[in-house]
Design a protein around this ligand. Structure first.
Ligand code: SF4
Length: 805
C-alpha cells in the first residue's frame, strides 16, 4: 500500500504536539480541565522533614520499582528506583500519576453494602467488622451445604504473591475456581504451550536481539513491561554498544511504535500470519534457516507418519505449497521484494527475534498467528538462546501454582469443560453463570479487574452478575463491575500497602519486588490480602489452618524464607554489581550479601527486592516439554485434543481431519458488506493501556497527543475514506456495527489505511469517576468469536459504517 504520510512526517507531527502543547491554543485544550481536576493534596506541598521510600507501581503489569519522596507523611513525588532490574530508574507517565490515584477525590473511603436491589442499588457505608462477618457467614453456609466449590475468585492485575494468597484462600475453601482476566500475551503464551509445552513464563531476550520483527505488537504503547521494553529500545539505539539492532514493525496503522521503528511495513489488516509464513518460505527456499536446530530440536518440519501409519502434512510442505512469496504478497499487499528482503535480513542477522499474536495488552489475538511467528524463531534457532524466545524459570514457591504441562485443572472447574487452555479463562464465565452449568455460581469475588468494562463480552458479564446471589468487589473506585456487587470492600492504593510483584510479562528471569507501605492510609480502606486472612480466621477450621498468617506481611516473610532456601539470586544491585554477579554465576559461584532469611528480608526492603540475574540458555528439558520433547511445528497436544473433540471441532465449522488445524496458518479474514463497508480495529494508547487509567486526569490529558485529542474518544480515518463519505475533520460521527452505534469525534489521520477506522480502548465507562465516564467503549461494537483452538472469546475486527451525527 502506498500511504502518503511517512514516518518522518509523523514524528514531526507528534513532536509538534509536545511543542504545541505549550504554545498553541488548540493544544492547550483540556489543560484548564486538568488543573481543575488536581486534588489540593497533590498540588500543595506541606512543610516537614523530607524522606524517600521505595514502592512498586501496579498501574500496569510492568511492575516498575519506585522511589517516593515524602514530606512528613505526605507523598509528593514519584521517580523510578534505579536499582530495580526491570526499569532501572525509568518510569512511564502512568507511574508518575500514582500520586493521583492516592489523592483521587473519587476513591471509596469505607466498605459499601447494597441495601436495595441490583437493578436500583442503594449503598450504605458499613464497618469492616460487619463486612467480614457478612462474607464469612456466606462462605460458612456454602461449606455447610458442601457447595464451597461454587465460590469463584476473579483475579486481575495484582501482585504475584497476593494472587498466590487469593488462590490458596480459594483452595482452602474447597473451590478450584480461580479465574483470571485475559491478557494480551495469552495467544503467544498459548502458542508456546502448544509448540513448547510450557503453560507460563514465555519471555524474550530483547536486549540481545540483533534483528526484531514485530507483527503488530504495540511494543512502545503498553505491551508487556512498557518501561522495560523502552529500556531495550534505548539499548538497540545505543551507539556505544557497537551495533544497532534493526527493528521492523509490521502493522496496517502508523502507530507510535511503527513511527519509532527502523522500518514500518504496512500490511493488510489481519494478514500477519500469512506474512510470517511468507518469510518462512524465503528462509526455507534460500537455505537461511538453522538446519541443525530444526533437525535436533523440532518436530513436524517434514511430513511424518503417526503410529497408525497415517501420513501428515509437515510445516515445510505447508509453507512451500501455500505461502509462496507471490501468493503472500497478493494477500498481504506487501510487495514481494519486501517479503524477500525481510526473509533474507531475518535469516542473516542473528540472533533474530519475531514477536506477534496480540491485539492489545488486554485482548488476546489469534493463536495461529502467534504459532506462525514462533515458528520463525524456531527456524532461525532463536529458541532458548541469547536474543531469542525464552521461558522464565519459576519463582521459588511457584511450583504449587503451575499445572503440570499438558494437564488440565481439576475437571469440576466452572469453566473447565475440556478446553485445551492451561488456565481458567474468564470470558467463559458469563455463559457458565447463565446456564448454571456445571453448577450455579453462588459467591463471586472480584479483585484487580473490571471485566464488565474490559472483556469482549463485558455486557454479558454484567448481566450474568445479576444471577449470582452474592458478589463482592474489592475495587478502590466505583467501576462497571463493582456497581453490580452486593459488597464493595475498598482496597488500599499502592502507596498505602505492602507492595510486591513478580516478574513482569516477557521478562526472562525471576524477580520479586518488595516494599513496605509508604504512607499511612488516607481512608478507612484495607489491603484485600489482609481482609481475606481475617475472613479465613473467622471461618476457622481447615481454611484458617491453610492460612495461619495474621497479616499479609507475615505471608510475605514466609515467602522470603522460600527465596532464601532456593540459595540463588541476589537482592537488587547496581548494573555494575549485577555484571559481577553474572560473571560469578558463570564460574559456578554464588556470593549473596545476606547470610540468612532475616537479612534477606531487610535487604529486600531497603533495595526493593530480589532477583535472579542469570539466565541459563539451552535447558531443553525445561523449555521443550511437548509430547515429542521438541519444538513442535505440528502441535501434537492440539492433534490429541482434536481427536477427542471431533464433533465440537465440526460444530466450529472445521474439518477435524485437516492437518492445518495443528499447524500455523492464516485464518480466514472477515468480509465487508455494502451495509457495513469499513473495518473497525480498536487501538491501545499507553496512557489508557490495559483499558484502565481513564479516571486519572493526567492520562486523559495526554492520551491522544499524536492527534491533539484529549478527554474524549476520537475516530481515526484516512482523509481519502472520509472524502468518499463526505465527512470533514473534527466533526461528530456515528459509528455503527451490527451490535449498536456510538458517537465520537472524527479525526483525519494519513497513517490509517483507506477502508479502516480506529477507536482507542480505555474510554467509555458508565460508572465511577467523572473523568472515567468520558468517550465510548469500542468493545461495545466489536463482534467476537470463540477462537479455535484456544477456546476463549476473541474480539474481532468488525465491519462498521460511519456517518454524520
Ligand atoms: S510501565 Fe507500568 S508499572 Fe511501569 S511505571 Fe508505567 S504503569 Fe507503572
Amino acid at each position: 500500500m502506498n500511504l502518503k504520510f511517512n514516518r518522518r512526517g509523523f514524528l514531526r507531527f507528534a513532536g509538534g504536539g509536545a511543542l504545541g502543547l505549550a504554545t498553541s491554543g488548540a493544544s492547550l485544550r483540556g489543560l484548564s480541565e486538568l488543573n481543575a481536576a488536581l486534588a489540593a493534596e497533590e498540588i500543595n506541598v506541606p512543610r516537614g522533614p523530607e524522606t524517600w521510600a521505595l514502592s512498586v507501581c501496579s498501574l500496569c503489569p510492568g511492575a516498575c520499582g519506585l522511589r517516593v519522596r515524602k514530606i512528613g507523611n505526605r507523598a509528593v513525588k514519584i521517580i523510578g528506583n534505579p536499582l530495580h532490574p526491570v526499569n532501572r530508574g525509568g518510569l512511564c507517565p502512568r507511574g508518575v500519576a500514582g500520586l493521583q490515584v492516592l489523592y483521587h477525590p473519587d476513591r471509596l473511603h469505607t466498605p459499601q453494602k447494597n441495601i436495595a436491589s441490583r437493578a436500583a442499588p442503594r449503598w450504605k457505608e458499613i464497618s469492616w467488622d460487619e463486612a467480614i462477618q457478612t462474607v464469612s457467614e456466606r462462605l460458612r453456609m456454602l461449606g455447610n451445604h458442601q457447595r464451597a466449590h461454587a465460590a469463584v475468585f476473579v483475579g486481575g492485575h495484582s501482585g504475584h504473591l497476593r494472587q498466590r494468597l487469593f488462590r490458596r484462600f480459594l483452595d482452602a475453601l474447597g473451590s478450584p475456581n480461580y479465574l483470571r482476566a485475559p491478557d494480551g500475551l495469552d495467544s503467544s503464551q498459548f502458542a508456546a504451550f502448544l509448540q513448547q509445552g510450557v503453560p507460563s513464563g514465555l519471555a524474550y531476550d530483547f536486549e540481545a536481539a540483533r534483528y526484531l520483527l514485530s507483527f503488530g505488537i504495540n511494543l512502545l504503547e503498553g505491551w508487556g513491561a512498557p518501561v522495560g521494553i523502552m529500556r531495550a529500545f534505548g539499548h538497540w539505539r545505543d551507539a556505544a554498544a557497537g551495533r544497532r539492532t534493526k527493528f521492523v514493525q509490521i502493522e496496517p496503522r502508523l502507530s507510535i511504535t511503527a513511527a519509532r521503528a527502523d522500518e514500518w511495513v504496512a500490511c493488510r489488516t489481519g494478514t500477519e500470519a500469512a506474512l510470517a509464513l511468507g518469510i518462512a518460505y524465503v528462509l526455507i527456499t534460500e537455505g537461511l534457516y538453522d538446519a541443525r536446530f530444526v533437525s535436533e530440536h523440532t518436530f513436524g518440519f517434514e511430513d511424518w507418519r503417526d503410529a497408525g501409519g497415517r501420513s501428515h502434512l509437515g510445516f515445510r510442505s505447508l509453507v512451500l505449497g501455500e505461502y509462496r512469496v507471490n501468493q503472500v504478497a497478493a494477500l498481504t499487499q506487501v510487495p514481494a521484494e519486501t517479503i524477500l528482503r525481510l526473509g533474507r535480513e531475518f535469516g542473516r542477522n542473528r540472533p533474530a527475534l519475531a514477536i506477534g499474536g496480540s491485539a492489545s495488552s488486554t485482548l488476546p489475538g489469534d493463536p495461529y498467528t502467534a504459532m506462525a511467528v514462533h515458528s520463525l524463531n524456531a527456524l532461525v534457532g532463536s529458541v532458548d538462546r541469547p536474543g531469542g524466545m525464552l521461558v522464565r524459570p519459576v519463582l521459588p514457591g511457584d511450583q504449587e501454582l503451575e499445572p503440570a504441562s499438558g494437564k488440565r485443572a481439576t475437571p469440576n472447574t466452572i469453566v473447565g469443560d475440556g478446553r485445551l487452555l492451561p488456565w481458567l479463562d474468564l470470558t467463559r464465565l458469563p455463559d457458565a453463570i447463565r446456564d448454571a452449568k456445571p453448577y450455579p455460581v453462588e459467591v463471586l469475588f472480584i479483585h484487580g479487574t473490571d471485566p464488565a468494562f474490559s472483556l469482549p463480552n463485558g455486557e454479558d458479564f454484567a448481566q450474568a452478575l445479576e444471577r449470582v446471589p452474592f458478589v463482592v468487589s474489592f475495587s478502590s473506585f466505583w467501576d462497571e463491575t463493582s456497581a453490580h456487587a452486593d459488597l464493595v470492600l475498598p482496597d488500599h492504593t499502592d502507596l498505602e500497602k505492602w507492595q510486591e510483584a513478580g516478574p513482569p510479562p516477557s521478562f526472562p528471569t525471576p524477580v520479586m519486588s518488595l516494599s513496605p507501605p509508604v504512607v499511612t492510609p488516607l481512608h478507612q480502606t484495607r489491603d484485600t490480602a489482609d481482609v481475606l486472612l481475617d475472613i479465613a480466621h473467622a471461618l476457622g477450621g481447615p481454611v484458617a489452618e491453610r492460612l495461619p498468617y495474621r497479616t499479609f506481611e507475615e505471608f510475605l516473610r514466609e515467602h522470603v524464607k522460600q527465596v532464601f532456601a532456593a540459595q540463588a539470586g541476589y537482592t537488587f544491585t547496581t548494573s555494575l554489581e549485577e555484571t559481577w554477579n553474572r560473571l560469578l554465576a558463570r564460574s559456578g559461584w554464588w556470593a549473596p550479601s545476606y547470610a540468612n532469611d532475616e537479612q534477606l528480608w531487610e535487604q529486600m526492603k531497603e533495595q526493593g527486592g530480589w532477583w535472579e540475574p542469570t539466565y541459563y540458555y539451552e535447558e531443553w528439558d525445561r523449555v521443550l516439554r511437548t509430547p515429542s520433547r521438541r519444538f513442535e511445528f505440528f502441535s501434537q497436544s492440539l492433534a490429541r485434543w482434536v481427536v477427542q473433540h471431533r464433533e465440537e471441532t465440526k460444530a466450529m465449522g472445521l474439518d477435524p481431519d485437516d492437518d492445518r488445524l495443528c499447524l500455523p496458518h492464516q485464518p480466514p479474514l472477515p468480509e465487508a458488506s455494502q451495509e457495513f463497508p469499513l473495518l473497525l480495529i480498536p487501538v491501545e494508547v499507553l496512557p489508557l493501556a490495559g483499558s484502565s487509567g481513564g479516571h486519572l486526569p493526567y492520562m486523559q490529558q495526554i492520551a491522544g497527543s499524536h492527534l491533539f485529542e484529549h478527554w474524549q474518544s476520537w475516530l481515526e480515518m484516512n482523509p481519502r475514506t472520509a472524502a468518499a463519505l463526505g465527512l470533514t475533520d473534527r466533526e461528530q460521527v456515528w459509528i455503527e456495527s451490527r451490535r449498536g452505534r456510538i458517537q465520537a469525534r472524527l479525526r483525519f489521520y494519513e497513517g490509517v489505511r483507506p477502508g479502516v477506522v480506529h477507536l482507542p480502548l480505555g474510554y467509555g465507562q458508565r460508572q465511577g469517576s467523572i473523568w472515567a465516564r468520558r468517550g465510548v467503549n469500542p468493545l461495545s461494537l466489536l463482534e467476537s468469536k470463540w477462537g479455535p483452538p484456544m477456546g476463549s472469546l476473541q474480539a474481532m475486527p468488525t465491519y462498521v459504517r460511519v456517518y454524520r451525527s
